[in-house]
Write a protein that binds this ligand. Structure first.
Ligand code: FAD
Length: 266
């Protein structure tokens, strides 16, 4: 079985909030100095799902990631967890993409890889949270998609997926190849093994440009991104504190009750 896992690098969510800075004009996040991006948390689950299938049935797992900078690191992290190979998509023409552009470019790379029985994505990327790329990817490739998986099984060449619902789960089946997006209910991802880290460090990760995959963004969206970011801001959260006055604690409490009533909170 050939599995392709799409993983995205995202800003480390563990950085202190005051280190999170943006450039509102360029509408970009400014990477915090000295802090490397990490693999998106849902994509770690997708890697875990692939590794569980490999443990049970045997599989060749290929990791694919598109992004600027040290995106090779997230591919190597997935390899250290048990994936076999990886490719990076990197080209200045790939920057400023929306979900459709991202899915289009990933689809071109997947077609170049060629062999796939199953494509796994996270349910959503942990930075922009749009949850669109997996479904658009399936549409472009002309194969089924099952979203929000909490368990994936392969029986008689068919996929059997437990899909998270608001109040439980449903079981759905699909032929292969299909795209499946993986949810956090799958359970914790495994840790990298020592041997996995050594294997990943030695692994050569080819970097493909637009020319290598025979596509650039202008082919996907000739008139520019379908979704345009018009404003990019960090919301301001203000908190005001008022100390209730009173000669006694009882009077302060009564004043507070009056205030809460005025504010229609009581
Ligand atoms: C400089 C900059 C400019 C941007 N401009 C726009 C814009 O104009 N309009 C707009 O809509 N968005 C814009 N974006 C947002 C951006 O491109 C989103 O990443 C994109 O829309 C996909 O949405 P998402 O990241 O929420 O992915 P989701 O749809 O939430 O991702 C679901 C899954 O798809 C896979 N996946 C997603 N991205 C990748 C990837 N790069 N490599 C491998 N797998 C991946 C992962 O498995 C992931 O879990 C911009 C981002 C940047 C950094």
């Amino acid at each position: 079985m050939n599995i392709i896992v799409c993983v995205k690098q995202v800003p480390d969510p563990d950085i202190p909030p005051d280190k999170f800075k943006i450039d509102p004009q360029a509408k970009q996040v400014i990477p915090p100095p000295g802090v490397s991006p990490v693999i998106s948390v849902f994509d770690e689950r997708a890697v875990e799902a692939a590794c569980r299938l490999k443990d049970k049935h045997g599989a060749q797992i290929t990791v694919l990631s598109m992004g600027p900078g040290k995106v090779t690191d997230v591919v190597k992290q997935a390899i250290s967890m048990g994936c076999d190979d990886g490719f990076v998509l990197q080209d200045v023409s790939f920057e400023d993409t929306d979900s459709y552009g991202t899915a289009f470019l990933l689809s071109k790379a997947i077609q170049k890889i060629g062999q796939y029985d199953l494509i796994l994505c996270g349910r959503q990327a942990a930075d922009w949270d749009q949850g669109q790329v997996g479904s658009i990817l399936a549409e472009i490739l002309g194969i089924p998609v099952i979203t929000l998986a909490r368990d994936i099984e392969v029986t008689d060449g068919k996929l059997r997926v437990e899909r998270v619902l608001k109040d439980g789960y449903e079981v759905v089946e699909a032929p292969m190849p299909s795209v499946v997006t993986v949810s956090s209910e799958l359970g914790l991802p495994r840790l990298s093994s020592g041997m996995g880290i050594i294997t990943a460090a030695r692994k050569n990760i080819p970097v493909w440009t637009g020319q290598d995959i025979g596509a650039d963004l202008s082919q996907a969206e000739p008139d520019g991104p379908y979704n345009e970011i018009t404003t990019f801001i960090i919301p301001v959260r203000e908190a005001h504190c008022e100390i209730m006055a009173g000669e006694t604690t009882a009077e302060a409490a009564a004043n507070m009750a009056i205030k809460l009533k005025e504010l229609k909170l009581l």
